[in-house]
Design a protein around this ligand. Sequence first.
Ligand code: ACO
Length: 424
Amino acid sequence: MADSLSIKDNRTGKSYEIPVQDDSIRAMDLRQIKVSDSDFGLLSYDPAFMNTASCKSSITFIDGDKGILRYRGYPIDELARKCEYLEVAYLLIHGELPNKKQYEEWKHNITFHTMVHENVKKFLEEFRYDAHPMGMLVSAIAALSTFYPDAKNITDENSRMLQIYRLIGKMPTIAAFAYRHSQGMATVYPNNDLSYTENFLTMMYKPPASPTYEANPILTKALDVLFILHADHEQNASANAMRSVGSTHADPYTSEAAATAALYGPLHGGANEEVLRMLEEIGSKDKVPEIIRQVKEKKRLLMGFGHRVYKNYDPRAEIIKKIADQVFEVTGRNRLLDIALELEKVALSDDYFISKHLYPNVDFYSGLIYQAMGFPMDIFPVLFAIPRTSGWLAQWQEMLLDPEQKIARPRQIYTGYRERHVSK
Ligand code: ACO
């Protein structure tokens, strides 16, 4: 069987052989299909990229039907059980897990860049007291590009790596500064003797008057695992934004600001915040059938359910459900958990959800854990952006090094007026 596709254009009667590689055809191969010499050629129309591969990538593999997620070939549950977040970040960026020496160096380099310029702190302090931390984060990441003009040097490998250290290192600091601002609390500077996650929790929660603060090791581990689960997810909306802006050769801070902005939306990283708002609104288990009825009548979405690629249980949701038990042993049970479990039970046995392959996604339970750990809802998408930074940067670097990539510039099918003239 030849690896090709035979296409007959019934408009002209002409036939074409289009090569098939990696179970796909090249959209550019369609361009030769024309009705006349002056014809532009056939386009493929794919709003929301439902069936278009925008790149070749060796970073993350997802099989949505089987519920498989792997980073660089390693199953997500193995990474979650055996690795620390920073090891996984190294894996995403470099393609291999680090050996001991490489890991020590990597940790040192990231830790060395956890501080931000005092002006970044001042800039954050100028936001309104009730500013959403995601708005602050997007702005602060974009602002970093003005502090590091050397980042424009995107073709230089050493410069790229320096920006990678800086971005992974500074994200927790900016996130914690934004949180403390919203609480009216003095900022806590990074402590480079602590692990990545412990340092973040300390910058978030250390009481201003207390000389010491020790993050609970179970909560630290739980957050570290959540960071691993959120580190990458191939060509999602925010990775696509990172690649798209990066393809213009903008510096990585500007590109990551765009990716973070994409993550802010309630259909993407903002979903776990929406899940909690929904659970709060439901209020008690007996209201679950009414919500399910509204969802089936298409009056609302069941937030935390459904996924563009997973048409099975999101493997991350399964791991998160297990972490929830450990966290609730420390923090006490989140009262919204019973409502969530009831929602899941009812939805998973209902034909509407079964026929549409709607299962809980990563956001369905993560918000409950974050809330139990004391994080306010506004900060949830920020907790997603911190670890996703390593994934975005891996995607960005891969895009830059891919000789087939160019500035990302889709086509359109114009549906507006043909030429017309101003009548005066
Ligand atoms: N609740 C109810 N119905 C849903 C839901 C949901 N959460 N999600 C999808 N559907 C229905 C749609 O109405 C549609 O029904 P139809 O075939 O009768 O028109 C069908 O299922 C297919 O849904 P699409 O919207 O076409 O699926 P798509 O792949 O475009 O959307 C998305 C995926 C955006 C995640 C969607 O499922 C959704 O909005 N979920 C709620 C928000 C959410 O939890 N987002 C987090 C995603 S995970 C992440 O970003 C980390």
